[in-house]
Each structure stands twice: as C-alpha cells, then as structure tokens.
Design a protein around this ligand. Structure first.
Ligand code: GLN
Length: 238
C-alpha cells in the first residue's frame, strides 16, 4: 500500500498545548498498524495542491488566526472537497473555529471560516480553561485540556462529538463538546488529544485508508498505558 499522506495545516502558527503530539501519535500508530506515512506541512502563502488522506490543524491565539483565516479562504475548495468525500480530519480549538462559518473575536473583528462545520464562534468574557472529560457513545470517554474564550454554537443538524461531564466544551452551557461531520472532527481539546484517546486515533486511521484498501484491518495494539493515562486524566481536578 502507498504511504498515507498526512496534511498538517499551519504547523508554524497553529500549534499550542502539545497539538504537535497529535501528528507524532498518528505517525507512530500508523507505523504500528504496518502503514507508511508521508508528512506534508502547509502554511500561509504556500500553494496547496494534490490529494491527502488525513488533515490536521491545531489551535492558536485570536490575533494569529487572522492571517491563517485569510489564507484558508484560498484553500477552502480543496479542503472542503476532501472532507465531503470522506477524508478524515482533526481540527483543534482555533483550527476547529476556522473550519466553522466564522469566529467573531473580541479585539480582532470577524474572521471568516471555511464552513466545513455548521458552527459559529463568538468571543466571550469568560476564559474556559482546564481539564475536560466528555463521553461519546462510540469512542467512550474522551479526555483533554481546553483553553479558549470563543464559545461555539452548533447548527441545528450538527452532531456534537461528545457530551461534557467535566469542563466547558463548546460553549460552557450546551453540555456539548466539539463536532463530528462525516469523518472530520472539530474539538476544543488539546493535550495533545490523540495519545490519551487511542480510539479517536484509530477512527481517523481507519477512515484514512478506506479509499486505498477498505479491507485493510488494523492490528490489535496494546493500549494499556494510553488507557491508564486516559483514566488518570479523568480524575484530574478541573
Ligand atoms: N483564540 C481562540 C480562543 O481563545 C482559540 C484558542 C485555542 O486555540 N486554544 O477561543
């Protein structure tokens, strides 16, 4: 099988609270499953073309999201085509916000998103910060760390990623965290997210190989240490 092409959007501008660990985790776990990987980084003012098997984008500060938001508009169609055709994606916090319709900041105006996700985000006076525990029926208990002032509202038919049991999640009031649309996930959870939530990593990997070899079976990986970390994180104070 050919190498899986992982697209990392704006690694130099959108990577905080360990987001890069998601890339390391994906690459390592793909190798454990016997898959080869190819890493492609793309940032502001760089041409983006070709086909990718998985897309990742991390978080960033409001001000830093302005040039990124502008640049994303030039890549909107390519990214949307990928997502619509089922390519998996993971977007964290600032990346999640910019994959939505828009982010209305407090000091930096309105940043247009690329409307992959049916969500809008508005800055609030509250900083939602701390450890998060949330539950998804398929993936189980998801743990991570959030730090955002933007509150994200899902559109009527949008499907949240999980129900929050500790923390704020999307907006601190709805009880929802993140979104899942087709095979794309938007989430506020840093940490990094994937090492402590291997079921999410395997979901992304499974989807990334669908078009190449839908019969490929992932190996059984011993997740004892990862799940110990997950269980430990569930007991951390907010
Ligand atoms: N700047 C955004 C907010 O505060 C995103 C922060 C982040 O990516 N952690 O809402």
């Amino acid at each position: 099988m050919r190498a899986l092409r992982i697209l990392h959007l704006y690694p130099d501008r959108m990577s905080i609270y360990g987001d890069i660990g998601n890339i390391i985790c994906l690459q390592k776990r793909m190798q454990w499953h016997g898959l080869q990987t190819e890493y492609i980084a793309n940032t502001v003012n760089e041409k983006l073309q070709g086909k990718f098997d998985l897309i990742f984008m991390g978080g960033g500060q409001d001000r830093g999201q302005i040039p990124v938001g502008n640049d994303l508009q030039t890549k909107k169609m390519l990214i949307k085509d990928h997502i619509e055709s089922g390519v998996p994606a993971l977007t964290v916090c600032g990346g999640y916000q910019l994959f939505g319709k828009y982010f209305l900041t407090k000091d930096s105006g309105k940043i247009e998103g690329i409307s992959v996700f049916d969500v809008v985000t508005k800055a609030t006076e509250v900083r939602m910060i701390g450890n998060v525990v949330c539950v998804n029926d398929e993936f189980g208990t998801i743990v991570g760390f959030e730090n955002h002032s933007g509150a994200t509202t899902l559109g009527e038919d949008a499907q949240p990623l999980a129900r929050v049991t500790q923390g704020s999640g999307n907006d601190g009031t709805s009880g929802f965290e993140g979104i899942i649309y087709k095979n794309a996930i938007g989430t506020y959870l840093h940490g990094p997210l994937l090492p402590k939530n291997p079921m999410l990593t395997d979901f992304l990997i499974t989807q990334s190989i669908q078009k190449i070899d839908s019969n490929f079976e992932l190996k059984k990986i011993d997740d004892d240490i990862a799940m110990q970390a997950n269980a430990f994180a569930q007991k951390l104070p907010r």
